[in-house]
Design a protein around this ligand. Structure first.
Ligand code: PLP
Length: 427
């Protein structure tokens, strides 16, 4: 039995933690400490040599604990457990999703480089690209969900910067419309524009699917990023981020993290260890609920269109990519309601169990209006192109009893009035 391959959900309670090092405690304590005592000066010297890359690690050697900005048991155990879901070599946890994202962009881009990214992006990422990367002279090309690879290559060639492609940054499925792109195809594009001494990387923000339903590293991505505030934390009570990838890329990410000092705190890491124990059961329940809700909304007379991976038409390109790339449709359901912003606001103001708040992936269900809330900063024309209109509502589905959620949606939708043709004329 020693060699049995356990599934990640079976290992989330124990993996990487040695009770004998903590008075036999079944649970990993919080290592609320800034620094660690060396047994001898020789040991301290050896740890620093490894930490600063002054020599290669010998076969059996492990980096000892030095100082909590460099390493801490809560962070290390959390990182080792997160690696299991994405089958990654290594992981780095951060104090927020944005610090994970900005650290990756800072480490792998320099002035004069080209960054190609998918639209729509998370608002904070979009802001960092346009207000910071632009300022330091990184060239950027934003692509729309329906742009073909041929069109993207044409845009890259027209820019005159194609030979400086350093990174393709993707968010798929996209927030809030669940538009999906093919990670493998973007990987092929990155490979075409890579040379022996300059490799173009593919990074994927996988927050929308969490570590369960899509594994970008398996589809060819070099780095996968998370806002761990969402599914990984899962209880709307912490802010954190994570990056995973191969050992050599992660060494660079962790080194920059050491010097920016934006690692997560031991207490937040400990909360995430607790969250990971229920990740699978939470996310399974959330996606089951979401599928039932999406199907209910599809047949509701006050709903014009539902944006959810679980109701994609078979035979469409999006459906094909979804089947290839994802193992479940997720728990984010968006829909177009009748009567524009007025209809959307009436619906949101009348919800009772579902809370009106941004964020996603938590145990409780949330609803929001992307156009005036999460995506208020997006350029107007682009917003229209991406179907983020007055009538779009976004739901994050939680673990509640699904019939209670449907009751709530039904009663809030009832408050939205159907405008008759005669009324429309008076307006
Ligand atoms: C929330 C979110 C982020 C930012 O994460 P924080 O933890 O809030 O810093 C990045 N990307 C996506 C897709 C998100 O939903």
């Amino acid at each position: 039995m020693k060699n049995h391959d356990f599934n990640p959900e079976s290992l989330m309670m124990t993996y990487g933690y040695k009770p004998e090092l903590s008075e036999g405690a079944i649970k990993c304590p919080i290592f609320q400490t800034s620094t660690f005592v060396f047994k001898t000066a020789e040991e301290g010297k050896a740890f620093f040599e490894l930490a600063y890359g002054l020599r290669e690690k010998s076969e059996k050697e492990e980096l000892g604990l030095i100082y909590s900005r460099i390493n801490n048991p809560n962070l290390e155990i959390l990182e080792n457990r997160l690696c299991l879901w994405d089958k990654a070599d290594d992981c780095a946890v951060f104090e927020s999703g944005m610090s994970a994202i900005s650290t990756v962009l800072l480490e792998f881009l320099k002035p004069g480089d080209l960054l190609v990214y998918s639209n729509p992006l998370y608002g904070g990422t979009d802001h960092f690209i346009h207000h910071f990367l632009d300022k330091i002279g990184v060239h950027t090309i934003g692509v729309m969900p329906d742009d073909s690879i041929a069109k993207i290559e044409a845009m890259m060639n027209t820019s005159g910067k194609a030979n400086r492609l350093a990174m393709i940054y993707l968010e798929t499925p996209a927030n809030p419309t669940n538009d999906i792109v093919d990670i493998e195809k973007f990987k092929e594009l990155a490979v075409r524009y890579s040379t022996d001494d300059k490799k173009a990387l593919v990074a994927v923000d996988n927050t929308y699917m969490g570590p369960l339903w899509q594994h970008p590293l398996q589809s060819g991505a070099d780095l996968v990023l998370y806002s761990a505030t969402k599914y990984i934390g899962g209880h709307s009570d912490l802010i954190a981020g994570a990056v995973l990838g191969n050992a050599s890329l992660m060494l660079r990410v962790k080194t920059l993290r050491t010097f920016l000092g934006n690692m997560v705190s031991p207490h937040t890491a400990w909360l995430m260890l607790r969250s990971l124990e229920t990740l699978k059961v939470r996310m399974d329940q959330q996606t089951q609920n979401a599928q039932i809700i999406a199907e209910y909304l599809e047949h509701h007379p006050k709903v014009e269109k539902v944006y959810y991976l679980g109701v994609l038409q078979e035979g469409t390109e999006a459906h094909d990519i979804y089947k290839k790339q994802c193992s479940a449709p997720g728990a984010m359901v968006s829909f177009d309601i009748i009567d524009g912003e007025k209809g959307a606001f009436t619906f949101l103001n009348n919800l009772s169990l579902i809370k009106l708040a941004v964020s996603l992936g938590s145990t409780e269900s949330l609803a929001e209006h992307p156009k005036t809330m999460t995506h208020a900063g997006v350029d107007d024309t682009q917003r229209k192109q991406m179907n983020i209109t007055d009538q779009l509502v976004r739901l994050s589905i939680g673990v509640e009893y699904v019939k209670d959620l449907i009751w709530d949606l039904k009663q809030a939708l009832e408050k939205v009035e159907v405008i008759t043709a005669a009324e429309a004329e008076i307006i």
